[in-house]
Ligand binder design. Sequence first.
Ligand code: GTP
Ligand code: MG
Length: 485
Amino acid sequence: MVVKLQRPILVGGLGLSFSLWMLDSWHDSIVQVGEFGLLSALAVGGGLWLFQQNRPKDSLEQLDGMLVDRATVESAIAKAETVINQLAQEAENHPALETLREQVAQLLLELDRQEIKVAVTGGKSVGKSTLIQVLKPNVKTQNLVSLEETAPLFREAGDNSDAAILAEVAKSDFVLFLTNGDLTDSEFQTLQQLKAANQPTMLVFNKQDQYLTDESASILLSLKQRMQGNVVATAASPIAIKVRKHEADGAVQEWMEQPAPDIQQLTQQLGEVLAQQGQRLVWVTTMRKAGLLKAEAKNWLNGTRRDRATPIIEQYQWIAAAAAFANPVPALDILATAAINAQIVMDLGNIYQQKFSLEQAQTVAGTMGSLMLKLGLVELSTKAISTVLKSNVVTFVAGGVVQGVSAAYLTRVAGLSLVEYFQQQEIAIDSGTGLNLENLRQTLQKIFGQNQQMAFLQGFVKQGVKRLLPEAQQVELVGIQKAVG
Ligand SMILES: Nc1nc2c(ncn2[C@@H]2O[C@H](COP(=O)(O)OP(=O)(O)OP(=O)(O)O)[C@@H](O)[C@H]2O)c(=O)[nH]1
Ligand SMILES: [Mg+2]
């Protein structure tokens, strides 16, 4: 639905005056805003932005599935580089560019790295140090192999030092994950995490000598079932056993004897993996690092784009507010239409390298408007805003204030949703049909939820009222607020 505005609207207040002319219709409006800087001065605090990193795809079950060839890794590095170049294009002097580029160069060198890094990790006292000690002389391959122990995992519940340890682990090419029996929940979750991050891992059931033979066999079996293979049992330092010797003369001698470490299975399997797959393990690591680098570059890029998108959203927010205030229309569908127009879609799309024709932008705007209506967002926010207004501020203000503030609020939600939506789109949309409705709907609901907190709404309403009401009423308003608060 389109509302014709018959005359230019002049909105003033508190010296924050700005004028705007909306010609023709809400959709194809030509807008001029004076004192644009004032609009951006209305910076709304951070924390509203959600940083979403690309999550790794469901990992493949077996080591074989994780392994990649050189060309695949090279193309992953190239993709990271593309994002970095895009950042350079959009923010020439971005402070992160130098280190990002260094990292690319580093990754290219990494492709030919000869040394294979094996991380030995697990909970406290599972035998990491002991295992490394006995394993070192036994790992013989043509590649150099380093065995590095991490700090113990799972020290305290909810301990975030685990994240730092796992970040260290992520730099290694192969992981030996030690456990001393059936997996605890946190052990299992960490193993899943490693798998999801495409981190080749072998589960090592150490201290198997602490169990009876059939007991340890059944533990090994259950571990194998949970991990789908890739499990070995060891005893890096078996418990000393008492040896009793009966001499010919009837004397009995007793002494403690330290059995040799039982690590044959591990040495054999690890040796095989390293010898046969060493190079590919290095590539998998490089691939992971390329993915992280790309995500980091994307994050910077998104940050730069958000910095440019924010003032635009704010600009449109107050334009919508002023228009709805000056020409209050009670119907919710008109409010939805006022909140999001083709121009904001095009402006934000430009920032995110997603160019829309006017027609496509109109479709997107129309879709978003009707989504907001269907999802009940328009009704909900209008009600919430009028509640805030009544309880907090004034009852005597012109009816247009509710519409004005609601329109601003909806523009904000729509704008932020578009930003979030664009961020998730990997490739530019060349046609309006590229719009992912389901995705857009979810994003709208999410962003609406994030901006619905009472504290935020109250602040927002206050801002809106300040913008919309002339100075005289402001004074009264402050007085009433003081009396109420
Ligand atoms: N019975 C038995 N004890 C073992 C075995 N492996 C290690 N231990 C003992 O377990 C204890 C801890 O071993 P460490 O190698 O220090 O364990 P860790 O994981 O490095 O310990 P932190 O670094 O402190 O987390 C020592 O007393 C080892 O002798 C094993 O296979 N069987
Ligand atoms: Mg240790």
